[in-house]
Design a protein around this ligand. Sequence first.
Ligand code: G6P
Length: 372
Amino acid sequence: SAAEKGGYDYFMLKEIAEQPQAVADTLRGRLTDSGDLTLDEVRLTDQDLRDIDKIFVIACGTSYHAALVAKYAIEHWTRISVEVELASEFRYRDPVLDRSTLVIVISQSGETMDTLMALRHAKEQKARVLAISNTNGSTIPRESDAVLYTHAGPEVAVASTKAFLTQVVAVYLVGLLLAQVRGIKYADEVAAVVQQLQKMPEKISAVLATMEPVRELARDLASAQQVLFLGRHVGYPVALEGALKLKELAYMHAEGFAAGELKHGPISLIEAGTPVVITVPSPRGRAILHDKIVSNIQEVRARGARTIVIAEEGDEAVAPYADHMIRVPHTPTLLAPLVTTVPLQVLACEIAAARGHDVDQPRNLAKSVTVE
Ligand code: G6P
């Protein structure tokens, strides 16, 4: 009913709007009085966590994109090597695991069968398993050695939005917690990142307040044949997520690429007027990363693409190459998915609605897939 949707046309729009709260709730209470990060359920010792020499992050669908973000953050903060894998692939090869491997499984529902089977396989190999889940007491957290719950609240729309943002927050927290347990070599950085995380709900609200031009653009893009998404670093998983949302909801051909791969194939997909969405990392971060994406934008535009650029406020270097500019507040590169994903959610939702589809119940999809 309309009341359940809190005045919004779709649960998805309501859940997109709830993201600042969901992120704030997921951060709340994680720091002890002494400034240490904590998990919810821990059936592991600190020594177990110190002994870890390799990490796998495993998930399906949108949760897999949160897993990809985890690799960038956890490797940077802990210097432990991280492999990311789709749950359905993990089990059917012969992954190298032992008791000093940490397997992080990410599942909103906590019931996805592929992820559960990957978890059981990991445990058979004696690996330690940490779950990130939005569902208290569901099977995946119950069978894991440690749990960090996301506090997104119930997510009704099939396409995941607020759960994804809170999963991204959770992977940052796990990365920072591992850095802390393993010698606090990066203590200052941990404290600084925690502080920056606290500012994210406000930044997400600021993005949500500027979505009207994105809605207009969406109506304009509703008749496009395909939409391509490009990003580098953590912008790459954001590109994959933007494309997945559009496939799920609008039934359009959409693909996300690492921008550096353009020249190895995807650039041939670009025709006159093809919409290409590019997320640009902060110009205050690594200059090389920013410069490379600016030249990628020029490359696709030279081939006729219609460029839709998501860039930080004050980033003027990209402006000449943007047919449409979507601004987000300044955010350190690693944390940027928390703001840059939001316009892509709105874009997919509005394109789907403009094409006349049921945004909350897309065809052929289920909220939770409990078969392999
Ligand atoms: C289904 C849903 C997706 C979700 C995926 C993984 O495909 O439609 O939105 O990302 O399952 O779900 P999980 O509950 O394990 O995060």
